[in-house]
Design a binder for this molecule. Structure first.
Ligand SMILES: [Zn+2]
Length: 446
């Protein structure tokens, strides 16, 4: 399996390079040729597939879109690869195809606005995927071309489910397999329309406490990677690596030890986040409102400050920020939000992402926005004297913003302009959806 991963990684990198080269050629020569004959005459210089790849650019069948995508071209080139490098024939063919698909996904993500596909090294390419032929019997699993092997069956497959895909992944302490299963008889989860959303809970994500809910409930943040004990252990284990001779077996062993410790922390965090997500989602609400945080921007480094006279670098607060960045990393809100999304869909609940702007500075009572409203964990409004726990106040603001989103979509109250004015108005008679008397007020005002 290790050999496979190495070979697949090199194949992935080759495919990526193929596409990059193709793109560069088009960049130099221009995208002048869109005619079939020209493409046949000079297939290498003709840029015919959107994200590049050399090879036969046209499909055989009379499809509407006769162009092949880069993925299809590279898929079709697999037999040639096996001929040129016979050891690739050992790898199951669907695994190789999935490897090309993986690059397709990376490109798709890029076109959707995420990062450009990267060349993979040993540390970030550790898995491969089967789509057919995997069988499970008790504590044994069959992987095509690898054969039967024992494994720890942590969760038996329920009756009626079929294995759709299996991903084999190498982690610090061994190999893991995750199976994707499907049962067509099970109905899809139905997401509630906004009109049926009556009560919403707001979640404010934080570091001292992981989550503050708008109903006053708080969820602890155990700080798996940044608590004192873990930090010390990690430091000691890292030091053991550094003190061993470079390239020695003992150094490798010590490094594995550090890796295992990191994995343990990650596993603990994962487990806890499922617990937290479950706790939030299983509340008696129709929708969950979360801030739409840009975590990578929060983790950005401080800008360097340069002394104009001497040209030396001045302190810019980065050393302080480093600790905060680590805490943000440790809280891993993004992962938590993904889990909440998943569980909410399962429960038929709606997840609303709202803008986090001024949620911690705005008074929940009168709508006054001021940085001095907040003093650590305390929140005291400088205008109306309303006081609350700062983060719970923020959670309530998030909840109210979500209400305003839902209200806009609600057909009987479809007055988006009105809603904007309402949210800017002081709270004297704030409109609460689902409360009939308040709805009456609103219709009178309009
Ligand atoms: Zn106030």
């Amino acid at each position: 399996m290790s050999n496979w991963v190495d070979m697949l990684r090199s194949h992935y990198n080759w495919c990526l390079n193929d596409r990059l080269t193709q793109y560069a050629q088009q960049f130099i020569q221009g995208d002048y040729c869109n005619i079939r004959t020209k493409a046949l005459a000079c297939p290498i210089t003709c840029f015919v597939s959107k994200n590049g790849a050399t090879g036969e650019p046209w499909k055989n069948s009379g499809d509407k879109n006769p162009r092949r995508s880069a993925g299809m071209i590279q898929d079709a080139a697999l037999p040639t690869l096996k001929k040129a490098r016979p050891w690739y024939a050992d790898i199951d063919s669907t695994v190789l195809q999935q490897n090309v698909k993986r690059l397709d996904v990376a490109y798709k993500n890029f076109f959707d606005g995420r990062g450009f596909p990267k060349f993979k090294n040993r540390s970030n390419f550790t898995s491969f995927t089967y789509v057919i032929g995997v069988k499970v019997q008790g504590n044994k699993i069959y992987l095509p071309k690898l054969g039967w092997m024992r494994f720890f069956n942590s969760r038996p497959i329920p009756d009626g489910f079929k294995i759709k895909a299996a991903t084999i992944r190498k982690r610090q302490d061994g190999w893991y397999v995750s199976l994707r299963i499907e049962d067509r008889a099970v109905p899809d989860y139905i997401v509630k329309p906004f009109t049926e959303v009556n009560n919403i809970i707001g979640c404010d994500l934080g570091i001292t406490k992981l989550v503050h809910l708008s109903d006053g409930y708080q969820i602890e943040n155990p700080k798996f990677a940044t608590n004192k004990k873990t930090k010390v252990t990690l430091k000691i284990r890292q030091r053991r690596v550094n003190r061993k001779a470079k390239g020695s077996k003992n150094r490798k062993k010590a490094a594995t030890n550090v890796g295992k410790f990191h994995k343990k922390i990650a596993d603990k965090r994962d487990c806890y986040q499922w617990y937290v997500a479950n706790k939030i989602v299983s509340r008696n609400v129709d929708a969950i409102a979360i801030e739409d945080l840009n975590v990578s921007a929060m983790k950005r480094r401080c800008k360097p400050k340069v002394d104009e006279e001497s040209g030396r670098f001045l302190k810019n607060g980065q050393s302080r920020k480093k600790g905060l960045n680590r805490s943000i990393f440790d809280a891993s809100w993004g992962e938590l939000v993904l889990k909440i999304d998943y569980l909410a869909a399962k429960h038929g609940k709606v997840v609303l992402k709202v803008s986090p702007k001024y949620t911690s500075q705005k008074c929940q009572n009168c709508g006054h926005v001021d940085a001095s409203n907040r003093d650590g964990e305390k929140f005291i409004c400088t205008q109306c004297g309303h006081f609350d726990h700062a983060d719970i106040n923020a959670a309530k603001n998030i909840r109210d913003r979500a209400y305003s989103i839902v209200r806009v979509d609600c057909p009987e109250l479809k007055r988006p302009k009105q809603c904007k004015e309402l949210s800017a108005r002081p709270r004297g008679n704030r409109v609460e959806p689902g409360n009939p008397s308040n709805r009456d007020i609103k219709s009178v005002m309009s």
